[in-house]
Design a protein around this ligand. Structure first.
Ligand code: HEM
Length: 426
């Protein structure tokens, strides 16, 4: 087997399969061989070049003209005719948002829509996050056992995302139901028989998102990011287009929800797998902000992202012809010894932890990163204060097979409710 540039494909490159359990359980470990020996390799199973080192990935993020993000939301597993027909029957037309928009359209749009992410604006959401976190912990604190994902971490970031976007309360439950289908549709490998069901869910999600947007148009004075976009559209119709608004109404829910839910589940898993570190965090909550950063580095919720090469280029000495698709394994970059000393060590005092690439880098870097950080910090604070004695229950972790969005489907923890600080120190 040969690469598109005519070189032989190594056995490990030929075997690389990101839908396998090995990648799902631990992406940076799964590509350690590449990071160390063949940092950019061609994957015949995926038809992508796979990039694994920190400096190469940063160079790609820096140049969004040569390395376009246009394919960021493209289906990684092309679907069959039947599923495509189903999607078409719903008028599905998810197109450019921000994350997959090229210049010169992207930057003016990003600037036009940045206001909702400035620190003063994000502050409004803090009391709601805190209140939700307390309420959800109240529900299970006396049980001695909980699945933190099902009983808290999946739902709160979704509620926060819907509020952030400005979705009316009465539409929240329907949108909740549809959002997961989008992840499987975009980054997963649904079997042919699943594809049609996924297509129906995605089609419904698309139409419903359109209806919610129409409703917002009638009352664009609301406080959400979508209403802000609708108001900006009046001044800048060329920049904030209808297609953008409809696509973002759908993609925005996933961008804000699953990323943050997974990130918190990954963080709690990692902390509880290191009980000494968890104890330190509980004793000194001022360690939490950097601990969050180190969790995002060590075990982030976006494992890999995508770019397409627009003109012949070279990265790390490898020729990448125009049209090449790249899977840039940011989770591998985050474990690169060339950038992080003792990279596999989980060190909540690491001074360059925030150099991680889990939020991307450069002109497309995650706009919601500070909202995500705020949510994660509040969840950790509440757990540290109210359940410092919790520990991981014995379990095997499972993941939804896909290249990019990564977090355990369940996270079972247990504790002795008689030792709850609220009982022992009322
Ligand atoms: C872009 C990750 C939370 C909104 C991105 C990108 C990544 C990412 C990898 C692409 C970066 C690039 O191409 O350089 C994450 C992670 C999150 C998170 C790991 C949680 C831990 C959020 C939240 C929101 C959000 C809460 C919204 C409220 C966006 C937007 C973009 C983006 C709008 C597109 C920016 C652009 O292209 O200019 N995010 N995200 N994200 N994210 Fe996030």
């Amino acid at each position: 087997e040969r690469t598109p540039t005519g070189c032989p494909v190594s056995q490990r490159a030929a075997d690389f399969d990101p839908f396998e359990d090995g990648y799902q359980q631990d992406p940076p470990e799964y590509v350690r061989w590449a990071r160390e020996q063949e940092p950019i390799f061609w994957s015949p199973k995926l038809n992508y070049w796979v990039v694994t080192r920190y400096d190469d990935i940063k160079a790609i993020f820096r140049d969004n003209i040569t390395f376009s993000p246009a394919i960021a939301l493209e289906k990684i597993t092309p679907t069959g005719e039947e599923a495509n027909a189903v999607l078409a029957s719903y008028g599905f037309a998810l197109n450019r948002t921000l994350v997959n928009e090229d210049e010169p359209a992207h930057m003016p749009r990003r600037r036009a829509l940045m206001h909702s992410f400035i620190p003063e604006e994000l502050k409004h959401h803090e009391p709601m996050v805190r209140e939700l976190a307390r309420e959800y912990v109240d529900r299970f604190i006396d049980d001695g056992r909980a699945d933190l994902v099902d009983q808290m971490l999946w739902e709160i970031p979704l509620t926060v995302a819907l509020h952030f976007l400005g979705v009316p309360e009465e539409d929240m439950d329907t949108l909740r139901k549809y959002s997961i289908a989008h992840t499987v549709n975009t980054w997963g490998r649904p079997k042919p028989e699943e594809q049609v069901a996924v297509a129906h869910a995605v089609g419904n999600f698309w139409q419903y998102a359109g209806k919610v947007l129409d409703k917002m148009r009638e009352n664009p004075e609301g406080g959400g990011w979508m209403q802000y976009g609708l108001r900006r559209q009046r001044e800048l119709p060329e920049v904030v287009t209808d297609s953008y608004l409809h696509s973002m109404m759908m993609a925005g829910i996933v961008a804000a929800h699953e990323t943050t839910a997974n990130a918190t589940a990954n963080a709690m898993k990692l902390l509880l797998q290191h009980p000494d570190v968890w104890r330190e965090v509980c004793e000194d909550p001022s360690l939490i902000p950097n601990a969050v950063e180190e969790c995002l580095r060590h075990n982030g919720s976006v494992a890999a992202w995508r770019r397409i090469v627009t003109s012949d280029a070279q990265v790390g000495g490898v020729d990448l012809p125009a049209g090449s698709k790249l899977l840039i394994v940011t989770s591998s970059a985050n474990h690169d010894e060339g950038h992080f000393a003792d990279a596999d060590l989980f060190d909540i005092r690491r001074d360059n932890a925030s150099d991680h690439l889990t939020f991307g880098y450069g002109s497309h870097q995650c706009m919601g990163k500070n909202l995500a950080r705020m949510e994660m910090q509040i969840f950790l604070e509440e757990f540290a204060r109210r359940l410092p004695h919790m520990r991981l229950a014995p379990q095997k972790f499972s993941y939804v097979p896909n290249t990019s969005f990564r977090g355990p489907e369940h996270l079972w923890v247990e504790w002795d409710p008689n030792q709850n600080p609220e009982r022992t120190q009322p």
